[in-house]
Ligand binder design. Sequence first.
Ligand code: HEC
Ligand code: HEC
Length: 323
Amino acid sequence: MSARAWCRRARLWSTSVSISHSSQHSVSLNRYWAILLIGLSAPIAAADWQSVASVLQQRCVMCHSGDTAPLGLQLSDYGSLMQGSVNGPVIVAGDPDGSPLIQRIRGTAQPQMPLAGPPLANKDIELITEWVAAGAKGPDAADVPAVAAPTDPYADGVVRYDEVAGIFGRHCVLCHADGGKYLSPPEGLKLTDYNSILRGGERVVVLPGNAAGSEIIRRVKGLAKPRMPFNGPPWLTDDEIALLAAWIDGGALSAEGEPAPIPVGGRVRLRGRLTAANAIDGAEFVTNNATRTKDLPPIGGMAELRGYIDADGRIVAERLRSR
Ligand code: HEC
Ligand code: HEC
């Protein structure tokens, strides 16, 4: 056991003891030992900032950090947490029930947080509640939490899913999820996790290796309407769009670095400007004998393509017409 972990356990232990001593009620000897034993055996975290910060790091910071954090709420350090969101403070020291953050993790205010993944474990909800009840004290000067240093997603030359997951979380999951803002995810499209994103909805929205042809990119740039996120502006920043495009052009790698399979046979629809005889907004497509065309506009005009992805990952036009 590290010295630090040992100190922490000892501190917990002595807290339990002093609580039982200072209690107004008489504490039986058995209870006294029970408390001591719990203190020794169970890894109960003290309700200090350090423990709270570690829960926030694991479950919240992927979305609640950076310039485009939802509602401006950054949870990456104590100062930002206490500053709150565009709506005001989310922590009311001493009043857990009146703290919007507690209401969100309990699910008494919707949408429940964290927005993606399972709710927090009860022990973590209790931990944060206890911390707020005890006055929401910040870190000791000597005990500043490790704030996740912003890492450069391009540093190793590849962009993996875990480096773009936060973009979907911050801007898309609110609606594109089961139990989201709508009865069902719009166009059947869930953007909650890697497999769902690759699967797409009624159509495929990520063409690995082809950002220009991917509906996700077309929507966040506003080339395809309505622009996403649907509740924007604000739209994604240029950096976020560039990162998403780099992820797709690089093969839409999983978090483990595996390239995504080609969605052979997946349906696609492109509505936009014909920028060449065989391209819509720069996204190339192929035609064949089976392609049906109707009032095809001149280059520069608005067109709609419906088709599918072939085994080589190309967009094959089945129907092409003016819009
Ligand atoms: C997958 C992304 C994501 C994760 C993870 C996430 N949030 Fe959120 N959070 C959001 C979004 C998006 C909103 C805005 C919802 C809305 O517009 O109604 C939000 C809103 C909130 C609000 C409301 C702020 C206000 O002003 O009303 C609180 C509080 C909050 N989150 C706390 C948390 C906490 C605490 C965690 C971790 C336990 C967490 N969130 C995890 C995306 C996320
Ligand atoms: C506030 C809710 C909301 C948010 C947030 C949102 N969307 Fe959407 N999305 C919709 C709705 C509604 C539609 C259907 C729009 C229509 O065509 O009428 C849609 C449609 C789409 C489509 C078209 C699917 C298809 O098959 O053509 C894509 C792609 C998409 N969204 C991507 C995104 C991305 C990426 C984000 C995050 C950057 C996002 N959306 C955020 C509500 C939302």
